[in-house]
Design a protein around this ligand. Structure first.
Ligand SMILES: [Zn+2]
Length: 250
């Protein structure tokens, strides 16, 4: 798009900023997995919504210091990443747009997203801005209910879910996942406390979850469920009255 084309949009248009990573995804998935997958979800949502929302290209550089023990990972340090998110949000707010969503495709970005939103609200306390962030898989989808062959009930890393979606989106980039050893998703005896970790402590091969029986059919179910959630969520952004915290408030 050109700047006049963006300038002509209603300022109530939801602005969707996909963010992801370039980081190791086990021995069987490419480094660009998160960026490819959130781009696919955004592409499908954009096709469904047309000009009811504006989608930016993916910000592929993410907060991935915890994956740096594995070759190829590129990371912005946490504080640099916060500044990058601040730049994205402030740019959009400066243009007068009032509804912003960081559509996140990488778990390591989740905490920085929350911090960046809190700081942005502090910088823009009076503007009627709706500043939001969510991972695309965290909006309520229960893919295992849609396809009983799906065994995972939450997102891992280069796991059944991500490997299946990659087999749907770019099978030529998927390596030998059938022989990848399963790595338990939930095995932290200190949960639910926050616990510092680097990936190599949890997984020698780099993935977390069980990618062995991933397939493209599951991948389509997952991508469909996540896209439906994102489309519905953007609908809620559009339906916001632009003034009050809740929709029942006057
Ligand atoms: Zn990933």
């Amino acid at each position: 798009m050109t700047h006049p084309a963006v300038g002509a949009l209603p300022r109530t248009t939801p602005i969707i900023l996909p963010i992801a990573s370039l980081e190791q995804h086990g021995g069987h998935l490419p480094l660009f997995t998160d960026s490819l997958l959130v781009t696919e979800v955004a592409r499908r949502a954009e096709a469904a919504l047309g000009d009811r929302a504006l989608f930016a290209p993916v910000l592929w550089l993410g907060s991935s210091d915890h994956h740096l023990a594995f070759s190829g990972t590129l990371s912005a340090s946490p504080r640099t990443y916060l500044d990058m998110l601040a730049g994205l949000i402030d740019s959009v707010v400066r243009h007068g747009f009032q509804r912003v969503l960081l559509l996140n495709g990488h778990g390591g970005n989740t905490v920085p997203c929350q911090q960046a939103l809190a700081e942005a609200r502090g910088r823009h306390p009076r503007a009627p801005n709706l500043l939001l962030a969510t991972p695309y898989w965290a909006l309520g989808a229960r893919p295992e209910k849609l396809d009983p062959r799906i065994r995972q009930t939450g997102m891992g890393h280069a796991c059944e879910w991500e490997t299946s979606m990659m087999l749907r989106v770019a099978p030529q980039l998927v390596g030998d996942h059938q022989n990848a050893p399963p790595v338990a998703l939930e095995d932290d005896p200190f949960a639910p406390a926050a616990r510092a970790w680097n990936t190599e402590e949890r997984s020698a091969p780099g993935h977390v979850g069980d990618p062995r029986d991933a397939d493209a059919e599951k991948g389509e179910v997952l991508l469909g469920a996540f896209t439906d959630d994102v489309v519905r969520f953007i609908g809620r952004m559009s339906a916001w009255n632009g003034a009050t915290w809740s929709t029942t408030q006057r």
